[in-house]
Design a protein around this ligand. Structure first.
Ligand SMILES: Nc1ncnc2c1ncn2[C@@H]1O[C@H](COP(=O)(O)OP(=O)(O)OP(=O)(O)O)[C@@H](O)[C@H]1O
Length: 440
């Protein structure tokens, strides 16, 4: 069992982890989720005694890690797979770890077999691929046959076979009654591996619950309804009936309808009364990814945006001149006209104003609208409160608008998984030692 109480870590003025309290119990895989920079690795380092908490404490099996008797036999961890002496072979790396902890050498060969690295056991680890390095890191974690295991992004770089293997390994270890705490950004993988979740945002607890409850509490329910194809009249009749009954209808890409605000039996009844046949009437099953995105949207510090390629926007004349100087043939197709290796299709200049987003070209999608930051889960439309009457409901209407604009002090943590989560305020990093501003 891992237990954290009011765990806080500050690096200068940067609060990486704030007042975090949770338990990781044996017998289940507990997923540790949070956006980039939310404090997962810092928390794991504190659990392992590699970082000292600024406040609060964390214990493993009831002891602070540094007091755990013969810790490597009780706690195994994969934190940074690259933290290996590259000049050593995989086997000698594991052997040196084993010798330090009084683990017999035959265990080294056992774990090399478990992770599938026997064939390269004598090769220097500096030549290892990312996935091979991960396997070596997992071997090191398993070496002492520990009761408590921590894995920071264990499937990073693994091939599909490796991902499946890690998934089964985690479940097997938990099934043997061990405590397994694993961080990952791969929601689909976590959905298949973890039973319990601890979610943090900006260093603060956002949820501590089972995967099932987490999805239920952080997703908007709706029904998918499909009427017979090729009979638009049926669909229209149903839409009117649903709207008259106070429901909200939105067409799905595949021709089905998304209905909010009415229970399934009522939709069925409405269809029956309107003499509409239904080909599908099903509750929407939200994914862990949807639920996670909804909960953490306001706690994302590093958000991607569309590449505007500002420096590459050239008026067509200038583009032609530049191309001529480079000796690039400029036909109607612009640079990369037919015949050129890697030619772009001849719709127009690929990066100019001529055909942004034309098939095969660069730039924003047709229509000229720049992509919404963050894609379908971005700061644009998203999940949110019940749909606005009169307009189609948007189940992805987001809490992004609630996102605080940063600044200290950190707000108290939000336990559990509220339906409309308040994102933790962004702790300041104004005086971070590694901040470029401070370096000036
Ligand atoms: N040694 C350090 N000095 C200063 N700041 C640090 C240090 N270690 C971590 N931080 C900061 O603390 C915050 C949390 O970092 P941490 O690596 O724990 O996040 P994370 O959730 O593991 O991120 P990721 O998912 O990207 O791996 C970040 O803002 C990071 O820059």
């Amino acid at each position: 069992m891992i237990e954290a109480y009011g765990l806080t870590k500050r690096y200068g003025a940067k609060t990486a982890v704030y007042n975090l309290s949770f338990q990781v119990r044996p017998g289940a895989v507990t997923g540790f989720l949070g956006p980039n920079g939310s404090g997962k690795s810092t928390t794991m380092r504190m659990i392992l005694g590699l970082d000292t908490p600024t406040a609060g404490r964390v214990t493993v099996g009831g002891h602070p890690f540094r007091n755990v008797p013969n810790a490597p036999r009780h706690v195994g961890a994969l934190l940074d797979a690259k933290a290996v002496h590259g000049g050593r072979s995989a086997r000698s790396h594991l052997l040196s770890l084993a010798q330090l902890s009084g683990i017999p050498a035959r265990r080294v060969d056992e774990v090399l077999g478990v992770v599938g690295l026997q064939q390269v056991a004598k090769k220097r680890s500096q030549g290892f691929s990312l996935g091979m390095g991960q396997r070596l890191g997992i071997a090191a974690a398993l070496l002492g046959d520990p009761q408590v295991l921590l894995f920071d992004e264990p499937v990073n770089g693994l091939d599909p076979e490796g991902i499946l293997w890690v998934r089964n390994l985690m479940k097997q270890l938990a099934g043997e009654g061990r405590t397994v705490f694993v961080s990952s950004h791969l929601m689909s993988e976590m959905a298949l591996t973890a039973e319990h979740l601890i979610v943090i945002g900006r260093g603060q607890l956002m949820a501590d619950t089972s995967v099932k409850e987490f999805i239920a509490q952080n997703s908007v329910g709706f029904a998918r309804v499909r009427t017979p194809e090729g009979d638009p009249g049926q669909q229209e009749k149903l839409m009117s009936a649903v709207q008259e009954a106070g429901g909200h209808v939105q067409p799905e890409d595949d021709g089905a309808l998304r209905v909010n605000g009415l229970p399934l039996p009522q939709i069925s009844e409405l269809a029956h009364n309107a003499d509409v046949r239904l080909w599908e009437l099903s509750p929407h099953q939200a994914s862990l990814e949807e639920a996670y995105m909804r909960l953490t949207q306001g706690a994302v510090d590093y958000r991607s945006t569309a590449d505007q390629r500002a420096g590459f926007q050239q008026p067509p004349q200038q583009a032609q001149l530049a191309a001529a100087q480079l000796g690039v043939p400029m036909g109607p197709g612009g640079p990369g006209a037919p015949g050129m290796p890697g030619a772009m299709p001849p719709q127009g200049p690929p990066m100019g104003a001529g055909a942004p987003g034309a098939p095969g070209g660069w730039g924003p999608p047709p229509g000229g609208a720049p992509a919404q930051p963050g894609g379908p889960y971005g700061a644009g439309p998203g999940y949110g409160p019940p749909p606005v009457p009169g307009g189609p409901p948007d189940p992805y209407a987001h809490v992004a608008a609630q996102q605080p604009q940063g600044g200290p002090p950190p707000v108290p943590p939000v336990p559990g998984a509220p339906a409309a989560p308040a994102a933790p305020a962004a702790p300041t990093d104004a005086s971070r030692p590694d901040s470029e501003d401070n370096a000036r």
